[in-house]
Design a protein around this ligand. Structure first.
Ligand code: NDP
Length: 292
């Protein structure tokens, strides 16, 4: 029997827990954790993401502060806003929605965010902390992926994890997190020879590639945990469909557990953003550990 990992339900449970932690902080310390989101320009997908993040933040009982800036805003002005938010005692988390317009360096802007408020976990400081095994803020999608894998088997120690993809946003941090769980980790990418053979070795197979259904069912070891991070929009049978990087129908029979697309890793990303916000609030305000 294959377990279908219900990311939607797991994310909903996590969000409830986070709402409880936020309410607790409010009751004990009179503080409402606050997330500031910076959106530059009119990118329609980014506008949807920011709207969803705003609604989810408020639903979890936290403050959502939106800064919408015109497409023509200079890099210096975005940096100035980030610096202002860094210094704002009321703001616990700062998220700069990517992509930024072409004339602005996202690298420059992201690294202006104070690491303790970097709820996307994308600053060099937090990447370094992750590699060094120090407390930091962990990128949301990799964090959500590991939480999902651990719903299948709490102890991942000794398992062979194969991560296909080595992006800064997903693949690399995901590999580091699995290493921290004591997995034996292989990172595969576009230059990997015989990707099929590498995938067949995986007890945990994570796909973060961006190529629809690249990973075939026959590449999945029997009983493996398959975490499909991919979100690809394709036209099929005259319809627009969202599919993952794994051939779900082919893999479903062989996997021990698998995340669907949509409804797998996707919903975990916002839940982990809220988790990071409540953790950041508790840490930087010295309120002690939060159980989320
Ligand atoms: P990137 O494009 O930044 O990275 C893709 C990685 O896949 C690269 O490391 C690349 O290798 C590798 N790759 C590309 N083609 C192949 C191939 N044929 N064989 C093996 N490896 C290959 O993508 P992201 O990491 O940002 O995103 C990956 C996927 O995850 C996308 O579908 C994206 O939409 C989705 N995503 C989902 C999120 C969610 O919330 N669920 C959040 C973020 C992303 P190389 O380095 O050699 O070029």
């Amino acid at each position: 029997m294959t377990t279908i990992i219900d990311g939607k339900a797991i994310a909903a449970g996590l969000r409830e827990k986070i709402a409880g932690a936020a309410a607790d902080i409010k009751a004990k310390h009179g503080v409402t954790p606050a997330l500031a989101v910076v959106l530059v320009g009119e990118d329609p997908a980014s506008q949807v993401y920011v709207r969803n993040k705003h609604a989810a933040t408020e639903k979890a009982g936290m403050r959502s502060i939106e800064h919408k800036l015109p497409e023509t805003t200079s890099e210096a002005d975005v940096v100035a806003l980030v610096r202002k938010l860094n210094g704002d005692e009321e703001v616990d988390g700062i998220l700069v929605q990517l992509p930024l317009p072409e004339h602005i360096s996202s690298d420059r802007v992201i690294n202006e965010i104070h690491p303790d408020k970097d709820v996307d976990g994308l600053t060099e400081a937090n990447a370094g902390r992750l590699i060094l095994g120090k407390d930091g803020l962990i990128p949301c999608t990799p964090q959500g992926s590991v939480i999902l894998a651990k719903t299948v088997t709490e102890n991942l120690s000794g398992l062979h994890a194969v991560v296909v993809g080595r992006s800064i946003l997903v693949g690399k941090p995901l590999a580091m997190l699995l290493l921290a769980e004591n997995c034996t980790v292989t990172i595969a990418h576009s230059r990997t020879k015989d990707l099929a053979a590498v995938c067949r070795e995986a007890d945990i197979l994570c796909a973060a590639v961006g190529v629809p259904r690249l990973i075939k069912g026959s590449w999945v070891k029997k009983g493996a945990i398959v975490i499909d991070v991919g979100i690809n929009r394709i036209e099929e049978d005259g319809k627009t469909r969202l599919v993952g990087d794994v051939d779900y129908d082919g893999a479903q029979d062989r996997a021990g557990a698998i995340t669907p697309v949509p409804g797998g890793v996707g919903p975990m990303t916002i839940a982990c953003l809220l988790r990071n916000t409540v953790i950041a609030a508790a840490r930087r305000r010295g309120l002690g550990a939060v159980d989320v």
